[in-house]
Design a protein around this ligand. Structure first.
Ligand code: SAH
Ligand code: SF4
Ligand code: F3S
Length: 487
């Protein structure tokens, strides 16, 4: 879900961190990640699974013995990207073959699940199709490929996947991230009428508390300071604890907050229907739970919400936000919006704009409705013409961008905690994250990467904030994220 994908959910990230090892005889795997944060997590776990097989990650396609595209099926454009990328890979594979080098090609993720063997029919260079619940079997599948077989594995068995995934592979100190994702829940039972996720990720399954705590402790021990819990419906989490009780997300967060070194917790993506009192209280209680909430509403029209099968009204959403803001007044709200769902009239669209004006989002993602095969929305009457969708999207994005700018501007002059994550573009510059998930750029020594510092926000860019180390205040021991007006 990247930290929250900086642009939109079909953003492409090259999740594999290239590791340069002199004279290495290891085989190389190139993983390209499309889609949401869960795919980013899955890509990391795939490289973990492949490490004992002698594979190390490379960022160089030409150098790869194995290529894996970890794909997204959410919108048509996202799915089509895969086939154009496979065209490019075919040329690289042919060039390698001329030099006597082999290249295996795998398609993983949600397109793999949705299209199965159709993929290798359309793109014969694909040796292996592996769904998001099957990648723990990669070593055995590769064995089959090596023996000359084409492989398609799209069974749903989330429990088996998490039981069989090995511990996270150790990463060299220089490559250890200070922020990371952790999948706690997967799949979805909601069946919104526009969405493929219940079909590509299967039914909702929560991991056990002990499995999650163990993984979070491993992360903390390797220097991770901020963990973002992931789920397609993360706040529907209902995992089994050691005493046999079922814990919700609020309780899980309280347990994770006890882990030494985990100073920041986040979770995404939440459904309004699953935002219970205990989770809202956790926002009031837990200092380490960051004041940011991604709570998609999709539309502000009751008629469209009903047609989408979202199972709540706009009023219920407003009342929920009142309760959340009462518990955490400073929280930054984020959302997802779809324009041009079948039957959406100008008035329905106006209702969405009105909802946005009332909520005042800190950031948001918005999309034109895309007809997805097999979903009820695809065959509904009154599909909205493409040019109307484009017009509405432009209007909606202009409003959201105004709100994002206003939210960013409201941080100017504040001193807040920033987790310094990586080097910036210019020498001497680092980039970090504010409590509200905004990127913060500032001048700071490189050895501060991985630390949490008090930073004064001195200026605002279009997508990021500019800060200055607040001399004399080192937040590292305090792990607080409370903004105070600068003196
Ligand atoms: N579980 C999350 C969303 C996961 S999909 C939720 O319930 O909100 C991420 C986002 O992609 C959705 O919130 C929605 O805004 C968008 N999306 C999903 N299907 C889409 C479609 N068919 N067309 C356009 N956008 C879509
Ligand atoms: Fe898709 Fe709806 Fe499930 Fe979100 S809640 S993943 S939008 S079906
Ligand atoms: Fe895409 Fe699958 Fe995520 S469809 S958004 S990669 S769950």
């Amino acid at each position: 879900m990247t930290s929250r994908p900086e642009t939109e959910q079909d953003a492409v990230t090259n999740a594999a961190t290239p590791e340069v090892v002199a004279n290495s005889n290891k085989r190389k795997v190139f993983v390209r990640t499309y889609g949401c944060q869960m795919n980013v997590y899955d890509s990391e776990r795939m490289t973990d699974v492949l490490a004992p097989e002698g594979f190390e990650a490379t960022g160089d396609l030409e150098d790869a013995d194995l290529v894996i595209l970890n794909t997204c099926h959410i919108r048509e454009k996202a799915a089509e990207k895969v086939y154009s990328e496979l065209g490019r890979i075919r040329k690289v594979k042919e060039a390698r073959a001329k030099a006597g080098k082999d290249m295996m090609v795998g398609v993983a993720g949600c397109v793999a699940q949705a299209e199965g063997e159709e993929i290798s029919r359309r793109a014969p260079i694909v040796d292996m199709v592996v769904g998001p619940q099957s990648y723990h079997q990669l070593p055995a599948l590769l064995e089959k490929v090596r023996s000359g077989k084409k492989v398609v594995e799209t069974e749903f068995d989330i429990d088996a996947k998490f039981d069989q995934l090995s511990a996270r592979a150790a990463r060299p100190v220089s490559k250890r991230p200070s922020a990371a994702f952790l999948t706690v829940q997967e799949g979805c039972d909601k069946f919104c009428t526009f969405c493929v996720v219940p079909y590509t990720r299967g039914a909702e399954v929560s991991r056990s508390v002990s499995q999650i705590v163990t993984e979070a402790e491993q992360m903390a021990a390797s220097g991770v300071r901020e963990v973002t819990l992931l789920g397609q419906n993360v706040n529907a989490y209902h995992g089994e604890a050691e005493d046999g009780a079922t814990w919700g997300l609020g309780r899980l967060l309280r347990r994770l907050a006890e882990i030494d070194g985990l100073d920041r917790l986040r979770y995404t993506t939440s459904h309004p229907r699953d935002m219970d009192d205990d989770l809202i209280e956790a926002h009031r209680e837990l200092k380490s739970l960051m004041p940011y909430l991604h709570l998609p509403v999709q539309s502000g029209s009751d008629k469209i919400l009903k047609a989408m099968n979202r199972r709540h009204t706009r009023d219920e959403y407003f009342r929920l936000l009142d309760r959340i803001r009462e518990a955490s007044p400073d929280i930054a709200l984020s959302g997802d919006f779809i324009v041009g769902f079948p039957g959406e009239t100008d008035q329905d669209f106006e209702d969405t704009l009105d909802l946005i004006r009332r909520v005042e989002y800190g950031s948001a993602f918005s999309f034109k409705y895309s007809q997805r095969p097999g979903t009820p929305g695809a065959t509904m009457d009154a599909q909205v013409p493409e040019d109307v969708k484009s017009e509405r999207l432009a209007v909606l994005q202009a409003l959201l961008s105004e709100q994002q700018k206003a939210f960013n501007a409201s941080r100017k002059g504040m001193v807040c905690d920033v987790l310094l994550e990586k080097a910036g573009r210019n020498p001497g510059q680092l980039v970090g994250k504010s409590p509200w998930l905004q990127p913060v750029q500032l001048d700071a020594p490189i050895d501060l990467i991985g630390s949490i510092q008090a930073v004064e926000i001195v200026d605002i860019g279009s997508n990021s904030l500019f800060g200055r180390l607040n001399a004399g205040q080192d937040s590292d021991d305090q792990s607080v994220a409370i903004p105070t007006p600068a003196a």
